[in-house]
Design a protein around this ligand. Structure first.
Ligand code: ZN
Length: 163
């Protein structure tokens, strides 16, 4: 993906208020992120580990999601597969929940998905980060198609948030 600025990221949130989008913690090392190898930028709030954020560009539009995830203590012991990149990383997979955009979200509606706890799907797919033994099933399709599949999965999730 193309590098994004803090301002672009804050302006892209679809499921939280403008005030929250201004206050939430955006990584300070944006310039050092490996943008060319990222399908989305994801991070956890260092001050509030149960909060995670995800930013992706789809059809030329930058979309950002605010997510909630259980703390380590409530994480499932059984290995779970990330619904986006189909990895079962040693670092774990978390159920991440997004309030739905607009009125539905204000009424308390949310949607969830299983996602790599460290939001490193892009790096696992590209072999840039070791997910641990047996974490990736042997794939018969090329990397480009695995990436496309992951982006399609992410687009589907964002579609459920904004529907
Ligand atoms: Zn993943």
């Amino acid at each position: 993906m193309e590098p994004l600025t803090e301002q672009q990221i804050r302006a892209a949130f679809v499921n939280c208020s403008k005030g929250e989008a201004q206050r939430l913690s955006v990584p300070r090392d944006l310039a050092e992120r490996p943008w060319a190898e990222l399908d989305y930028l994801g991070w956890r709030d260092p001050r509030a580990p149960e909060r995670a954020y995800l930013v992706i560009e789809l059809d030329g539009r930058v979309r950002a999601l605010a997510l909630r995830c259980p703390t380590a203590a409530t994480r499932q012991a059984r290995p779970t597969m990330c619904a986006m990149c189909l990895t079962t990383p040693a670092a774990g997979v978390s159920l991440m929940v997004a309030a739905r955009a607009g009125k539905a979200g204000k009424q308390g509606n949310s949607v969830g998905t299983y996602l790599c706890s460290d939001l490193s799907c892009s790096l696992y797919l590209r072999g840039r980060k070791d997910p641990g033994p047996g974490a990736r099933l042997p794939e018969t399709i090329p990397l480009a198609e695995q990436i496309q599949r992951t982006v399609t999965n992410l687009a589907g999730f964002i579609g459920r948030v904004t529907a």
